[in-house]
Structures are given as C-alpha cells and as structure tokens.
Design a protein around this ligand. Structure first.
Ligand code: UN1
Length: 496
C-alpha cells in the first residue's frame, strides 16, 4: 500500500498549496512505490514558519520539565511503534532490518536522554565583584528552528535535532530528505500523538532547492540545523552567515581505521567490515580508508577480501541481507564514477568495483562491496567522501606515518585505531584530528549521550547529541541582580 504523506503545519495534516506531489521508491526494487509526498514551496514554508513563530511565544514559557514530558511521551510511543517504523525505514531507505531497528532505537534513546534535560538545563552562578549583587547565567531558547535532515538515518537524525531543540523551548520545522518522506511522516505522526500544542512541531516536505532554500532564507527562522553534503552545507552556511542566523552544520567525513602490527587482527577485521560496509557505507562516520601497518598489510587485506566476499547483498526485507542498496540512482552513479577515478589515478580494484545486476539485484541500486588497494594520500579516493561500500587501503611504515595520513584530509569526523599498545592508543587520542576517536572499535556507532560532530570541514564547531546539543539550541543570558539599593559601578566603585 502506498503511503500518502502530507505536511504537518500548525497541528494540521495538509497537502502542498499547489497540490503537487513527488514519489518515493524502494531503492532495492524501484518498481515499488513506497510513498507520494507534497512538493511544497515558499507559501507552505511561510505557513509553517508563521505557525512556529506564533507557537513559540507560548511554548517557550511552558516550564522545561513539562516540555520534557512531551518528549518522554514521544519516546514511549516510538518504543511502541519501533518495529513498524523499522520496517518502513528498510522499505524506503534500504538498510537491513537490524540496522533500521537501531535507527529507531537511537531516536528512542535520544527521547529519554533529552527528556532528562528538562530537569537540568543548568546555568551557572558565580560571585559578583560588587557587594550585595548576584550573578548568574540562564539558558534561553532561540526561537524557530529549521531542521534539514538526510536520508541515511531518517529517524535518528531528526530526533537528535528536534528533541533537544524542543526541550530548550524552541519550535521546529522539519524538512526531511526527499528520499525518505514516509519515515519522516510516520515520525511526525508520533510527535503529533504526543499532543504538542499546534505549531510547536511542523513538517514540510519537498526538495532542497525549494523548501530547504525557502527555510534557510526566511527572515523569521532563527536557527538552521543541517546534516548533509559539504557542498550544500557551504551554501546553507553562506546564506545564514550573511543574515546572521545561527547555523549548525554536520557534513562529510573521510574517516579512517588504523590497524597497527600489534592489533588483534580478527577484531580489527570485524571492525573494518562493519565500519566500511555497514549501512552500505552510507554513514558520515563510515570507514572510508583503512590505514594498515606494512607488517600486516598483505595479510589483513586478504582477510578483508575473503570476509567481504561473503557479504550478502539484497533487499532489506530478506533477514539474511547484510548489505542493502544505495539510496538512489544519482548516488549509485557517483559511487561508480569514483571507481573510474580510482583506476585512472593508479589504485587497484581488488574486489567489487561495479554495480550489482545479478537476478533480483538488478531491480535496485546495488553496488558490490569494493576494496581499493595501493591508494596514496594525494588520490581523490583518499580525499573525497564516496558514501558507498568502498574502502581505500593505504599502507604505512610506522605509527607516526599512520597519524600523518589519518590527518591528511579536510574532514575530521570519526577515526579509529586498533592496537594493543596503550601508549600508542593515548598518543592517537591526542594526535588524531577528529571529533570522535575509537580505540579498538570501528568508526561507526556513536551513542546519543555523547557529543557528536567533527573538526575541520566536517562541521562548523558545534556538537550534536550529548549535553552539547543544548549549546546549539539555547543562548546564554547573563543576569545581574543588584540588591544594594544604590548604583554600583563595576571596575570603578570597588577600586580605590
Ligand atoms: C550519520 O552517519 O550521519 O555513529 C550518523 C554512527 C551513528 C550515527 C551516524 N550512530 O554511525
């Protein structure tokens, strides 16, 4: 049955004002129409922003513990609908069902964690330099937040953004990716069932160049939180910079796993397989480079090849599937092009390297798990995010070279090192330029109560999730209370 998605504006389910619609198809079988959704445009965005602006005045004054109870409720309903939502994710986005359940679970975890913040939202108190004067800081909400989210975590990422934003007293407008409108609609149905006042939570479907752009440019949107490509992020950041809008950008990665000669190779192998090929490599935390010490390089590459060749490609609906499809035709072509680029630059395709067309796979956008060997730091496949099941193997002579190579990228999201040497592990923690470093674990698998984000061109200094999400969605207000009954001039009256 085809899901008919609508926008959710001011507590009402609506079509686009023009009634235009678009389609979402199963990437494992493009004959299967999953959903139709509104192709909204500026007038729909204007209505959502007006509703969110109006609702903000009341919502921000509701005590934070009460706001948190709505989020808690979302967590409870999400738990109830976990399986249904996971099935929908698998169908619309293509990730295997176990991973889809993980996607929903990340949203549930985020709900309960964010709800707890309702009774914290700590500020500070500190002495004043003047007598009979009190000094403190409090967090205040920002206003109307536009949340622009990708398709690879269609439930977790909207939750990461919306839940802390709402607890902090903001109102939100979600603009989900064009590839996963049904997941977003189902998620917002769950938010709606939690009973938020109208206008607090809104959903506007459509394409980035129309709805995304209208939101980012709207003068009544106070904050934009964006997860997506570096190219789009740069445009979003530019527009927000010029209009002095707060903007939080979460963009690409070129994450690597280092395997030293003293590592537990079986463990490192499991990590590499999961990090590189889990979610078909379509995570911004995916392992895109493997940096191998020369002593174990040949052996490890062979182990990798033999394990990767056993991975089962298929539709998510099949419980044996380990690798699902690529999200859409454009992405599939892009991944394929990178293989040509790799060959032209002198890398060796030791496994995969092509679109998978056998049998049922031909109905979708499948790509073979791919290993590129002989990759050197200057190659494009060592520098650019591919976002597919492709891993580049790079050989190094020692630890220092491994660190130099892992840092030789414009990105800095996730990183990993496998070693049994505690000294090297701590040196790596100190020297790797990335927002996240795993020791003896793969580059993927962030938990919601810790900060998530990257350095260099991965982000613009913010950290989502954890208590650091509060820094995105609040402003600090500094408060001085002078109870002396007289004018006290700081820096002057307390000096002789
Ligand atoms: C992303 O790829 O955009 O750490 C998010 C992980 C997941 C989140 C990934 N928990 O891989």
């Amino acid at each position: 049955m085809t899901f008919r998605c609508q926008n959710y504006i001011n507590g009402q389910w609506l079509d686009a004002i023009t009634s235009d619609t678009l389609e979402s198809r199963n990437p494992a079988n493009t004959e299967e129409l999953v959903a139709t959704f509104p192709r909204s445009n500026s007038p729909d965005v204007n209505a959502a922003v007006a509703a969110a602006r109006h609702a903000y005045q009341t919502w921000r004054q509701i005590p934070a513990p009460t706001r948190a109870e709505y989020i808690f409720k979302v967590g409870e309903i999400l738990t109830q609908y976990k399986e249904e939502l996971a099935q929908l994710i698998s169908q619309e986005m293509g990730k295997p069902i176990a991973e889809a359940r993980g996607d929903v679970q990340e949203g549930i975890d985020c709900a309960f964690y964010s709800a707890g913040e309702g009774r914290r939202l700590y500020g500070q108190t500190t002495p004043s330099e003047m007598p009979n004067k009190f000094a403190m800081t409090v967090r205040v909400p920002i206003g109307v937040c536009a949340l622009i989210t990708p398709w690879n975590f269609p439930v977790a990422i909207p939750c990461w953004k919306a839940m802390p934003a709402l607890v902090c007293g903001n109102t939100v407008i979600l603009k989900p990716a064009e590839d996963t409108p049904a997941c977003a609609t189902k998620l917002i149905e769950i938010f709606a069932a939690a009973g938020f006042p109208p206008g607090v939570v809104n959903l506007v479907h459509g394409v980035g160049e129309e709805v995304g752009k209208a939101l980012v440019e709207h003068p009544d949107v106070d904050l934009v939180s964006f997860t997506g490509s570096s190219q789009t992020g740069a445009e979003v950041g530019g527009i927000c910079g010029r209009s002095h809008k707060r903007v939080c950008l979460e963009m690409g990665g070129k994450n690597a796993q280092i395997v030293m000669e003293d590592a537990d190779l079986e463990l490192a192998l499991e990590g590499a397989i999961w990090g590189a090929f889990g979610t078909t490599g379509q995570r911004c935390t995916a392992t895109s480079r493997l940096i191998l010490h020369r002593d174990i390089k040949e052996k490890f590459t062979q182990m990798l090849q033999s394990r990767a060749s056993q991975l089962r490609l298929g539709a998510a609906i099949d419980p044996n599937t380990e690798i699902g499809p690529i999200i859409n035709h454009r992405q599939l072509q892009q991944v394929r092009q990178y293989i040509d680029i790799a060959r032209e630059e002198g890398a060796k395709v030791v496994m995969g390297g092509d679109i998978a067309r056998e049998g049922e796979l031909g109905k979708g956008y499948f790509f073979l798990p791919t290993i590129l060997d002989g990759v050197t730091p200057g190659m494009r496949v060592a520098q650019e995010e591919i976002f597919g099941p492709v891993v580049a193997v790079m050989e190094v002579n020692d630890f220092a070279e491994a660190i130099a190579i892992i840092n030789n990228t414009n990105y800095g999201l996730s990183s990993s090192i496998y070693t049994r040497d505690i000294n090297r592990a701590f040196a790596a923690i100190r020297d790797i330029e990335a927002g996240i470093t795993y020791i003896n674990g793969p580059t993927i698998g962030a938990e919601v109560h810790l900060p998530f984000g990257g350095v260099k061109r991965t982000g613009n200094g913010h950290r989502e999730a954890g208590s650091t999400a509060l820094d995105i969605f609040t402003e600090w207000k500094t408060v001085y209370v002078d109870f002396s009954g007289s004018l006290q001039r700081a820096q002057i009256d307390n000096r002789s």
